[in-house]
Design a protein around this ligand. Structure first.
Ligand SMILES: [Zn+2]
Length: 322
């Protein structure tokens, strides 16, 4: 849902989503709450890759991926390119946890004389453990709930932050996104995430937590806008989407085509596996040799062969997890 908002600093009207609570005026760049209060802890990460450099970096990366067609960099045509500035809340949380719990331990009896390290009898038992963890966490909360998961998780060089500059975002026609998470909600989420990280630390020491005491103090919290190029290119008759971090050139996410040769190799190898699997099944069933192993191994090979052949035959694009 779109509604109109009015900037309390330059009086311009602009569009905002219904859930947006921290707005950035597209005309003067001032960040403010829906009540009109100016928000000053507003930073950005500077752009170091313009549109052309982002496209080159992307094609370079894609052409190194397994099975990508060799002529992709020459033949890909970019259809869309838009720079978005996505909001992230960064909080420093100082956490201190003390805990008491139980860890699993074991006593070993009667080592086998011929096999060192192997025992006839092992008794497991619970052993009380206690300790503490003091950590300073930097927690990153994406300011848009419906942001793509890969963009949410991509690394942000927060040390390189500078005060937000409206002029810098305008240089590349960047679209600066509002945040639908406010400062207080972000701090609450950061506190919960710090607690979860402390839980992971404790669970690396004990198997059951019996008692714990935590303090999580949320310190410096700021909003940082991070520039990302959202690209779309055409290769052959298909279109592929990609996201590239405009400050680091990091390829966040990219779909790309598989070459014919790669898919043919998948088909060929799949067929070999299928034949091998059928052969093993035949040995087991007809000649009644290695029945157990033949049936299990043969079915598995045949199944793998079918999967590989299916993957080779399908024209579905690949998506690499980085
Ligand atoms: Zn304004």
């Amino acid at each position: 849902m779109i509604k109109m908002a009015r900037c309390p600093f330059c009086d311009a009207d602009f569009e905002a989503g219904r859930g947006d609570v921290l707005l950035v005026c597209p005309y003067c760049g001032t960040a403010h709450t829906t009540d009109g209060a100016k928000f000053t802890d507003h930073y950005m990460i500077r752009v170091h890759f313009d549109q052309g450099e982002a496209q080159t970096t992307l094609l370079d990366w894609v052409s190194k991926q397994l099975g990508a067609p060799e002529d992709l960099p020459a033949k890909a045509r970019f259809l869309k390119y838009q720079q978005y500035w996505y909001p992230f809340w960064i909080s420093r949380v100082d956490s201190h946890s003390t805990y008491r719990g139980l860890g699993r331990d074991a006593n070993f009896y009667d080592e086998w004389p011929q096999r060192r390290g192997a025992y006839k009898r092992i008794d497991y038992f619970w052993k009380p453990e206690s300790g503490q963890f003091t950590r300073r966490h930097e927690i990153n909360i994406p300011g848009m709930k419906d942001l793509d998961d890969d963009v949410k998780r991509h690394p942000i060089p927060t040390r390189a932050k500078e005060f937000f500059s409206h002029a810098h975002a305008e240089e590349f026609d960047g679209k600066v996104m509002h945040s639908n998470i406010g400062e207080d909600e972000a701090k609450g989420l950061a506190k919960q995430m710090a607690y979860d990280r402390q839980t992971n630390l404790i669970m690396s020491e004990v198997d059951k937590i019996e008692e714990r005491d935590d303090t999580n103090t949320v310190g410096e919290t700021f909003l940082v806008h991070v520039p990302v190029w959202e690209l779309e290119y055409k290769y052959g008759n298909s279109k592929y989407k990609a996201s590239v971090a405009a400050s680091t050139g990091y390829v966040i996410e990219s779909k790309y085509p598989r070459s014919m040769a790669f898919r043919a190799a998948g088909l060929g190898f799949g067929l070999l596996l299928l034949l091998g699997g059928v052969g093993l099944l035949a040995v087991a069933l007809v000649l009644e040799m290695f029945i157990g192993a033949g049936l299990a191994g043969g079915s598995l090979m045949a199944l793998l062969g079918l999967i590989l052949m299916y993957k080779g035959a399908s024209r579905k694009e690949a998506k690499e997890q980085i």
